[in-house]
Design a protein around this ligand. Sequence first.
Ligand code: UGA
Length: 429
Amino acid sequence: MKIACIGTGFVGVVTSAVFAKLGNQVVGLDIDEKKIESLRQGIVPFYEPDLSDLLVETQKTGNLSFTTDYSQGIKDSDIVMIMVGTPSAPDGQADLKYVFAATESLAPHLKDGAIVIVKSTVPPGTNAKVREIIKAKTSVNFEMASVPEFLKEGTAVADTLHPDRAVIGVESDRARDILVELHKPLTSNVVIMKPESAQMCKYAANNYLATRITFINQIADLCEANGADIQEVIAGIGQDKRIGAHYWYPGLGYGGSCFPKDVKEIAAYAKSINENDSLFIKIDDLNSKRITRLMAGYDKLVGGFAGKTVSVLGLSFKPNTNDTRVAPCLEVIPWLLDHGAIVKATDPKAIEEIKPLLPPKVEYLNDVYEAVTGASVVILLVEWDEYKTLDLSKLSSLMTEPKYFIDTRNQYDSKVMQDAGLKYKGVGR
Ligand code: UGA
C-alpha cells in the first residue's frame, strides 16, 4: 500500500520505517527541512535501539523516502497518517494546532478514496474537526479512521513490529478491510471499533497504567510506614491472575512525554464536562507532588543534603532512551541544589540532552565510578542496565561517609548493600 506519514517525531519515524519494512511504499513528511535531510541520511535525531538500522535498510530498498513537499507525499497515498505533536495547552488539554495545520496542508492533495488516520493522541471530537477542515478544501471522497499507537520508548521498534493488539477505529467495512490487511503482518489480534472508541482506548490504556503506577506508589508509602516490603507485597499480589506481576515498579512517579501529559489531558477533559471529582485529577496531583514529598524524606534520612556531595545516576526519563521529557532528575537535581547539595551526575546516553535543562552548577561525568567518587549520597534515578550490576565494594570505597545509596527503582537488596558498607534506602521498603 502507499502510505504518507505526516510528522517525523518519535512515533512518525518508527511507524514509517516499520510499515516500509513490511513492503509498503511509505513517504515520511515533515515541514522541518533539516530533520528530513538528516533522516534521508539515516540519522535519527534521538536514541532508540534498532531504529537507525531500520531507517537505512528501508531507504535502501526504496520503500521509504522523506519529503517536505505535501503534494508529492500525499497525492498517490491510499492511507495518510497524521502523527504530529500535540503539546499541552495552558489548561492541560491537548493543543491541536499542529494536527489542524497538517490537515490544512494535506487536504488539497488527497487522492480519491484515501483513508486519513489520526494517530496522534487526540481528545474526543478531533476527527470531526479534521473531517470539516478537509471537506472545505477538497471534493474527493475520503474516510476518517483512528489507529492509536501503543509503542514504548526504548523498545519502540519491537513494540511496533510485535504489538499485543492493533486497535482500529473505522466508519466503514471498506476502511476496516484495508486497515486489517495493512496490520495483518504485525498481528492477527485486531480489535475493530468506532474511531471515537479507538481514541478513548489510547487515553484509557495510558491513564490505567499511570493509575497503576500511582497505586503501587501509594501502597509503597504505606509499606514504609509499617515495616512491610513493597517487593514482597508485589510478589504476593502478582500471583492473582486478575492483578498480574508486571508493570509494578514503584518509584518517584511516572514521567516521560506520554503519561503526565495524557493524564493531565483526561483530567482537563473531565473538568471541561463538569466531572470535577474525576480520579484522574487526583492521579495527576499525586504524581506531580511525589518527588518533592519523597525528597523531603530523603533529606531527613541523610541528615540534610546541605553541604553534601550527591551523585545522581540516570538523567533520561527511563532506560534505553535519551529522552529527558519529565525525567525525574529535572525535579530532583534543582531540589538538591536548592537545599545546598553539590551535585555530580551521570547517564549512559542523556548527558548532552539534559545539560541545557539543568543549572550550570551540576558536574557531569561519563563514568559512573568517577561520578560517585567523593559523594556521600548516591541517588539512582533510572534503572539503566549499567546501574544494575555495580561493583558495590568499589563504589563504597570511592564514597565518603555517611555513604547512603538511595535506590528509587528498587534494583538492589538491602542486605547486599549493607555488606558493601552502604546505607540503603529503597522505595516502599
Ligand atoms: C507509554 C506507554 O507505556 C505506551 O504504551 C504508550 O504507547 C506511550 O506511553 C505513548 O503514549 O506514546 P513510555 O512513555 O515510552 O510509554 O514509557 P513507559 O515504559 O510506559 O514508562 C512511563 C513512565 O512510567 C516512566 O517514567 C517509567 O519509569 C514509569 N513506570 C513504568 C513506573 O514508574 N513503574 C512501572 O512499573 C512502569
